[in-house]
Design a protein around this ligand. Structure first.
Ligand SMILES: Cc1cc2nc3c(=O)[nH]c(=O)nc-3n(C[C@H](O)[C@H](O)[C@H](O)COP(=O)(O)O)c2cc1C
Length: 332
C-alpha cells in the first residue's frame, strides 16, 4: 500500500509528528486503530545529545509502537553526527529530518522551515544523514517559505538527490503556519518530479479529505495530523475505506469512554500519575468536542490531579446528551 525504503505499510496513512502530542501513549492509541507508522514529535539534536528525561520520554517506544520514525531538528553537521551517535541507544525504523517547522523560535536559528531558503545547506545535511544513519532517512518540507517563494518541487529534487527514501510535504507555506488552504498543485508537481514516495500533509482530517488529497496530488501516502485529535479512530475509518470503500460508524459513547480511559492509563504509565493526568487534559477536550453540556466537565477535568478523579469523570460522561456524529454517507 505504501512502501518507504524497506517498510511495506498496509495502509497509506501515517500518524504525523506533532509536538506535545505524538508521544508513546497517543501513538499506541492510533496504532490500535490501524496507524501503520508513527513519528515522534520533532526533537532538537542538541536535546538528543543531553538525553535528559524529557528527551528520553520522547524517544521511548515499545514493540507495539513499531515501525517508528524519529524526527530530528537541527542545522549543523557536527550536531547531527553527535545526535546520530546518541541515537544508537534507541531502536527505530526511519529517521525524518524536519525542514518544515514554522515556529519563529526555530526558524530564527536557521532550523526547520528556514532551511527551505537554504536548499544547498539542506542538501548537505541530508547527504550527511543518509551517509551516517543506521536507518533510512526521510525529510519533511513545506510548499515553500511564503507564496513568493514556493519551491517544494526544487527542494524535493534536491532531497532526492541527497539520497532520502521519502519526502513528506506539508502543502502550506511557512508563512501560512497552520491556516489557509493547502496547495495541492505544488504537492502534485513535486510528486511528478521525484521517484521516491511523496507523502502529503495538510487538512487530512477525514477519509473524504484523504481521498481528495490522493485524487488531487497523486501522492503515495498521506499524513494524518490534527484530524486524529480526539479522533484516533480515523485510522479505522481509513482501513475500512482502503479495504472496500466502506464507511465505519463512529464510536458510541461507551466505546469513546473506553478509548479515553485506555489513553489516560497509557499516559499515566508513561509519565507517572501527576504528569500523565496533566498531559491528558488536552486530549480530554479533544475527545469531548461537540458534546452538549460539556463545559462543567472540562472545568473539572482541568482541576483533576489524580487518575481516579479523571477516570470517574470519564465514567460520568454518559450522563450527557451525546451527539455522536453520523458517519459520512459515502466517499465517492
Ligand atoms: C500541535 C502541532 C504540533 C506539530 N508538531 C510537528 C512536529 O513536531 N514536526 C512536524 O514535522 N510537524 C509538526 N506539525 C505539523 C503536522 O505534522 C502537519 O504537517 C500539519 O499539522 C498539517 O496537517 P493538518 O492540517 O492535517 O493538521 C505539528 C502540527 C500541530 C498542529
Amino acid at each position: 500500500m505504501l512502501a518507504i525504503a524497506t517498510l511495506d505499510l498496509p495502509l497509506p496513512c501515517v500518524l504525523a509528528p506533532m509536538s506535545g502530542i505524538s508521544d508513546l501513549p497517543f501513538r499506541l492509541i492510533t496504532r490500535s486503530f490501524g496507524a501503520p507508522l508513527a513519528f515522534t514529535e520533532m526533537i532538537d539534536v542538541r536535546a538528543i545529545h543531553h538525553k535528559d528525561k524529557r528527551t528520553r520520554h520522547m524517544l521511548a517506544s515499545t514493540p507495539e509502537d513499531r515501525p517508528l520514525g524519529v524526527q530530528i531538528l537541527g542545522n549543523d553537521g557536527e550536531s547531527l553526527i553527535k545526535a546520530l551517535d546518541a541515537l544508537e541507544e534507541w531502536d527505530f525504523e526511519l529517521l525524518d529530518f524536519n525542514a518544515a517547522c514554522p515556529t519563529p523560535k526555530v526558524t530564527r536559528k536557521g532550523k526547520g522551515a528556514a532551511l527551505l531558503k537554504e536548499p544547498h545547506i539542506l542538501k548537505k545535511l541530508l547527504g550527511l544523514l543518509v551517509e551516517r544513519s543506521k536507518v533510512p532517512v526521510t525529510v519533511k518540507i513545506r510548499a515553500g517559505w511564503d507564496h513568493n517563494s514556493i519551491n517544494a518541487r526544487e527542494v524535493a529534487l534536491i532531497a532526492e538527490d541527497a539520497g532520502v527514501s521519502g519526502i513528506f510535504i506539508h502543502g502550506r507555506t511557512k508563512a501560512q503556519g497552520y491556516s489557509g488552504t493547502v496547495d495541492y498543485r505544488i504537492i502534485r508537481e513535486a510528486k511528478k518530479a521525484v521517484k521516491v514516495p511523496v507523502i502529503a500533509s495538510g487538512d487530512n482530517a477525514s477519509v473524504c479529505a484523504v481521498k481528495k488529497m490522493f485524487d488531487e496530488t497523486g501522492c503515495d501516502g498521506v499524513v494524518i495530523a490534527r484530524g486524529s485529535l480526539g479522533n484516533p479512530w480515523i485510522f479505522r475509518e481509513a482501513v475500512r475505506f482502503f479495504q472496500d470503500g466502506g464507511v465505519c460508524s463512529k464510536p458510541d459513547p461507551y466505546e469513546r469512554s473506553m478509548i479515553m480511559k485506555r489513553h489516560l492509563g497509557l499516559s499515566v504509565q508513561h509519565y507517572g500519575e501527576k504528569k500523565g493526568v496533566g498531559n491528558f487534559h488536552k486530549f480530554f477536550i479533544w475527545y469531548t468536542k461537540g458534546l452538549s453540556g460539556i463545559k462543567p466537565f472540562r472545568d473539572r477535568a482541568f482541576r483533576a490531579n489524580t487518575l481516579g478523579e479523571l477516570l470517574a469523570l470519564i465514567d460520568e460522561l454518559h450522563t450527557l446528551e451525546h451527539s455522536v456524529p453520523e458517519p459520512e454517507a459515502s466517499y465517492s
